[in-house]
Design a protein around this ligand. Structure first.
Ligand code: FMN
Length: 213
């Protein structure tokens, strides 16, 4: 059975459930799926496909970016997909960045106040600005797909500097914006996007969390 890894980074915990949902969808197509925090992954050699997810935390989560850089060579042989959680995205109509198809949760982007001239915050929250460091980290390999979804934000859990950044730059109201329909629909298409062929006649696989059955 083909083995797929869903690796995630998180600051406040909400990306963990997203990784689980992504893993469950892939397992429905008959793959063995491991869902693991990035910190627990040493080697990718046993995997036929890898999905790496993390939230925007003043740029994409640093540990997720480091993970991509560290395994850059392995991704020459193992197809890679990426997902990004965010609370703010400027509507620009982009459907790909750097030649990589991007699936955007339709409920996330907000139109700019003036389309002719984006302000600082709107320029910061452009898809290309969010994704460029990810594409640089995997170069020369490109992910087969990138999913960008609304996340969850709770001010009560944050340190003062994080609250300040979010209030000034992200300017997103606290709350739940994870769109499970969009997340699961992107994930269901991953086996095809990763071009992993499931052996004929195999039954639906299992999503295993943290390596525990
Ligand atoms: C310090 C901090 C910085 C953030 N920076 C951004 C950002 O630049 N752009 C954005 O859209 N969302 C940003 N967010 C929102 C998070 O990406 C969102 O809340 C995410 O779902 C958190 O995932 P987690 O619960 O797994 O940590 C930020 C949140 C925090 C706390």
């Amino acid at each position: 059975m083909n083995r797929i890894l869903v690796a995630y980074a998180t600051m406040a915990g909400s990306t963990v459930e997203v990784a689980q949902a992504v893993g469950e969808e892939i397992a429905k197509s008959g793959y063995q799926v491991d869902i693991l925090p990035i910190s627990e992954i040493k080697d990718l050699a046993t995997y036929d496909g890898v999905i790496v997810g993390g939230p925007m935390i003043m740029g994409w989560h640093r540990a997720a970016l480091r993970f991509l850089k560290k395994h850059r060579e392995a991704f020459r042989d193992i197809p890679l997909a990426v997902f990004v959680m965010a609370m703010s995205l400027t509507q620009t109509g982009e459907t790909s960045v750097g030649g990589v198809p991007v699936y955007v949760d339709e409920k996330l982007p907000k139109p700019p106040e003036n389309e002719e001239r984006l302000n600082f915050r709107e320029r910061y929250a452009r898809l290309s600005n969010y994704l460029r460091p990810i594409l640089k980290a995997t170069r020369p390999v490109k992910p087969v797909s990138i999913g960008v979804f609304g996340g969850r934000l709770e001010y009560g859990r944050l340190k003062w500097w994080a609250v300040l950044f979010v209030m000034l730059i992200v300017q997103a109201p606290a709350g739940e914006r994870r769109n499970w329909t969009a997340i699961r629909s992107w994930a269901a298409g991953l086996p095809a996007a990763l071009n992993i062929i499931r052996p004929p006649g195999t039954s639906p696989g299992q999503a295993t969390e943290c390596g525990i059955n």
